[in-house]
Design a protein around this ligand. Structure first.
Ligand code: HEC
Length: 154
């Protein structure tokens, strides 16, 4: 079904932009394009987060909030090393996964566990479903910044 929808969208795009014609500004809104990308780029996961722009140096304010969230809501199951306790350790998670995937995992865990192949592999490994903790997109972005620092980014 997903595949079929992807094909349909791709076909719609092909029909709506004649090949070779440069994209006029404002002519073809990018909505179709991002829909197709979301469907065809499984490495970004499934959810509201389609595009995350990362910057250096890291945002220290975000990191502070990220640490606080980690200690309150994540630490019981996630270590900062590569050691798995209940869930996988976070060391190098930002190198293995796209930022969009990580943030969709944090904000949309139930759908991710149901539909995303990589999330399902983790579930098979950990044998326990990560709970939905009502994290906002902003919260997830803060935690991501902390994960980047944990992985040695400056
Ligand atoms: C009750 C335990 C538990 C808590 C609390 C928890 N997680 Fe998880 N997490 C898991 C498990 C288990 C997995 C593996 C997927 C699964 O089995 O559901 C996981 C997977 C993940 C992954 C993917 C890791 C990887 O290696 O790709 C991320 C990212 C993540 N959690 C973020 C968070 C964040 C952020 C918090 C805190 C807001 C949090 N988790 C709180 C249990 C937990």
């Amino acid at each position: 079904m997903k595949y079929f929808l992807g094909l349909t969208l791709a076909t719609m795009m092909l029909l709506s932009c004649s090949p070779g014609k440069p994209n006029q500004p404002g002519e073809e809104p990018d909505i179709n394009k991002s829909a197709v990308e979301a469907i065809t780029d499984p490495t970004k996961g499934i959810g509201a987060i389609k595009n995350v722009t990362l910057e250096n140096p890291l945002d220290q304010e975000r990191i502070k909030r990220g640490v606080a969230i980690y200690e309150m809501k994540c630490q019981a199951c996630h270590k900062l090393t590569d050691q798995r306790i209940v869930g996988p350790g976070w060391k190098d998670v930002t190198k293995k996964r796209k930022p969009e995937w990580i943030m969709n995992m944090i904000t949309n865990i139930d759908v991710m566990l149901e539909k995303d192949e990589e999330a399902q592999k983790l579930l098979e490994l950990c044998l326990m479903r990560m709970p939905n903790q009502n994290m906002s997109v902003g919260d997830a972005r803060d935690v991501l910044e902390f994960m980047r620092q944990n992985d040695g980014e400056k």
